[in-house]
Design a binder for this molecule. Sequence first.
Ligand code: DLL
Length: 436
Amino acid sequence: MPIWNPECETLPREELEKLQAQRLREVVARTAATVPFYKKKFAEAKVYADDIRSLDDLKRLPFTEKSDLRDNYPFGMFTVPPEQIVRIHASSGTTGKPTVGGYTRADIDIWAEVMARTVTSAGVTSKDVVHNAYGYGLFTGGLGFHLGAEKVGALVIPMSGGLTRRQVMLMEDFGATALTCTPSYSLVMAEEAAEMGVDFKKRMKVRVGIFGAEPWTERMRAEIEAKLGLEAFDIYGLTELIGPGVSVECEQHNGMHIQEDHFLAEIIDPATGEKLPYGEEGELVFTALTKEAMPVIRYRTRDRTRLHAEKCPCGRTTARMEKIMGRTDDMLIVRGVNVFPQLIEKTLLSIEDIEPHYQIVIDRPKDQLDTLEVWVEASPRLFQPIDTRKLDELQNRVKTELAQTLGVSADIKLMGPKSIQRSEGKARRVVDKRDM
Ligand code: DLL
């Protein structure tokens, strides 16, 4: 499979690390000189750009947290005057103020470059028709993919999310060969197509899908590939760094290659902040080495994964990150037991007749213990006509299997087709009513 920028993507690691160290020194100097927040933080830590000689010195730099961005909302982390900013994006938090990212003209060029590498990694070329159903707007997904697909010369359909029936129709009419959207929305499309009497696998030419922006398990990948008849690639990114384009899978599907000449990755122990070696699980921390408008230094993503630096059979020398295993802050504590949403997804999707549409609902009725409910759709065939015996059996099975894997019991609500709300973007999997 072709590589978009072999010079950068297959750089011997020694050279790559030298380049990273040099860029790190530059970005530390630049942020210290222009952003009061960094100037103060570096001074407190008594570290200056000239002290950065190799990547080993990275650990001397202080972390940046989401709360720091919030404290400097909206534009306090920018290194350049407003007239040099050509675009902003923002991530939608469920509550409060969004997280803002700023771009200069040069940043947009970097974004197009890393997204060109990204789509190429999934085999997209100028011959492809890319149906882009990530949201256009403040969210980075739509415009990020747009830049990269256009740069490789593909024909881009700027669909954005929503109006799913129309999406299905146009995907067929325009002959889409690549689909880009959240993994949860790809299943909504498959479902809508089925309801329209369109056999997705037969009628669509879609060969590859590049799915990300939310966690999804290997089970979910299998489900998507089976229902849509395509090869699914995982893509990762975040607004604070650039948006999509931080890392993506290659044809090996064995971790996501990080665009390391632009984004320096580390894994730390979330409790102590200590840097962990390759292969160990912890919190992913990124430094944006080349961003002009808003380069973050040692930004704590809260995403949990592992890094690997061995050479990949695809030829790229860049380090790979495993599928995101969850966030350091998404662990739910239910009656004192740690519960991970992705473990629930994995367990649910291993059970036959369970559909990939679910929601986890936690509550704390007054003066009582926490309640954990898992609402999940059962196969439509159990409802046509309704087969109560099979549904009862299935409910018991789900309850038993979840109790075994989670170590805490959950009430299972088996739902009929389309009872769980569908999402056009990031699916809302957890509803924690205890916070309200
Ligand atoms: O979700 C950027 C993006 C757009 C990535 C399109 C991929 C495709 P934010 O809205 O700022 O940016 O959300 C970033 O989403 O810290 C992760 O927790 C989560 N996330 C993103 N990609 C993945 C993924 C975009 N592939 C936050 N797997 C990140 C799991 C992901 N979680």
